[in-house]
Design a binder for this molecule. Structure first.
Ligand code: R5P
Length: 295
């Protein structure tokens, strides 16, 4: 394929897999951060007239978005044919409503910003709640990779007699899909968010799942409070030790250690954001989507 792949720091595994699978050249990008925190981006590659793939998972987006913008503008200005952004984790999708007076709906502006400098986007299970599709907020073609098949095969391999548990109504879309793939029961709990770092969970119907292994599934683990509160609740109602699965492992500050401390039996995340909990590989699914998209 006549393609060049650039990867932001931290995305080397996926960049190497893409480059090997598609026989694409690896472009070199260096991002220098000045003491005043401005960035200088430098690239090396012969890319004019070629398909360009930029891999940048967008956790910590505020640090990444300007260097990404500079890179993409330069690539287009110098004659890149098309520019595909692979952002396995797509940031800012949770702020999809003005929850309090004067709050800005960042999801819409972030989508408009990305749409203004890349030609297409590939991402994994974006957080879609009030928006039903990325098409509602992006003006470029967006390709969504679903992690459910990878998660299903991990659960089939590792967990006996699972009952899937979604901590809130938004998780129903992922939980119900995986449950149907592995023919397991599922329960969606009620979550009330009290603040950034505090949530209240309720699970009215626990008795009938005593012999199952509870598997909590969520798209994003950030402070891990959603998972931790859910585990506490499952302990109170005497369910077996819990398995936690997250698609996107943000794990801010010491969230991962806190989750381990809460005695989650196993914690597994997809490798959309590099983290030591990555046990579920979605890179092949991303590469397949890229193949279908740009070949
Ligand atoms: C919420 O809308 C998401 O689906 C996750 O439930 C949430 O981001 C988890 O956040 P935390 O780990 O901070 O509780």
């Amino acid at each position: 394929m006549n393609a060049v792949v650039f990867g932001f720091p931290g995305n080397e595994l996926l960049v190497n897999s893409i480059s090997d699978a598609l026989n694409a050249e690896r472009g070199i990008i260096t991002i220098h951060r000045f003491p005043d925190e401005e960035s200088l981006v430098r690239i090396e590659a012969n890319f004019a007239g070629k398909e360009i793939v930029v891999v940048a998972t967008l956790d910590h987006p505020d640090n990444k978005i300007l260097p990404l913008y500079f890179l993409c503008k330069k690539l287009k200005a110098e004659g890149a044919k098309t520019l595909t952004l692979i952002a396995p984790y797509l940031a800012y999708m949770r702020q999809d409503k003005s929850f309090h007076l004067g709050e800005i709906v960042s999801s819409d502006y972030f989508a408009a910003l990305l749409s203004s400098f890349v030609d297409r986007l590939i991402t994994v299970d974006p957080h879609l709640h009030r928006h039903h599709s990325l098409r509602e907020i992006f003006t470029i073609p967006c390709h969504v990779v679903h992690s459910s098949s990878a998660i299903s095969s991990w659960i089939r391999d590792k967990v006996d007699n699972p009952v899937l548990i979604g901590p809130d109504s938004e998780s129903r879309q992922w939980v119900s899909q995986v449950a149907s793939e592995i023919h397991a029961p599922y329960v969606i709990l009620n979550k009330e968010r009290l603040s950034d770092r505090s949530v209240k969970i309720s699970f009215p119907d626990a008795e009938k799942y005593k012999s199952f292994t509870p598997v909590i599934m969520d798209d994003i683990i950030s402070t891990a409070h959603t998972m931790i509160e859910t585990i506490h609740h499952l302990k109170e109602v005497n369910l077996k030790p819990t398995v936690c699965i997250g698609v996107h492992a943000l794990f801010v500050e010491n969230a991962y250690e806190q989750l381990i401390h809460t005695a989650a039996n196993m914690i597994a995340t997809c490798n959309t954001i590099p983290h030591s909990s990555n046990k579920i590989n979605v890179h092949e699914l991303i590469i397949q989507e890229l193949r279908d998209t740009i070949v």
